[in-house]
Design a protein around this ligand. Sequence first.
Ligand code: ZN
Length: 212
Amino acid sequence: MSIKTNASGYDMCRQPGSRPLEIVQYPYPTLRHKSKPVRRVDKELRKMVDEMFELMFASKGVGLAANQVDLPVRLFLLNEAGNPDEAESHVFINPIVTRPKGSEEKEEGCLSFPELYAPVKRPASVHVSAYNLKGEEFEGEVDGLFGRIVQHETDHLDGVLFIDRLSTTATMQVKEEVETFERQFASMQERGEIPEDDAIAKRVAELEDRYC
Ligand code: ZN
């Protein structure tokens, strides 16, 4: 599949009052948010995409969905190598995944679950169509690692996490680690290091009004 690179130049100017993006960890509520399609791409959104790329590469990730940085917009990034010098970077806006074929089980991880890995069974190939930052539509059959990232990230946009797709055995194997994430989140929220759920929901609704 051939897709143009969409990453634009990094804009150092920050709008007054905006805060830097951060990757949020499970069970941050926005990770369960089903994102609505993006209807508007403005300078601010492009800047957030640039910041998302920086975060993804700094964390050695190969994909990053907007709700992983607390943004309720239907877009994700992909770079198969996790390195801009080694592979092309892609932005998928409003992706639609169809035509699943075959089945393949591979180990997956997620930047919202640091250090947690588990085998996930997914279709071996799917068809995806999406838009880039210029509003141009692209599509193609995707398989292998690329296809797996597309499926994992599109799941994120629907509020679905890879731990939802594990076998019963794998679910039991990761249960303790998942509960540790839940406990850590609860105590950080209690200490005020993470906003309360209603404050998170309010911000998400404001961003949704702006872009969706
Ligand atoms: Zn993920």
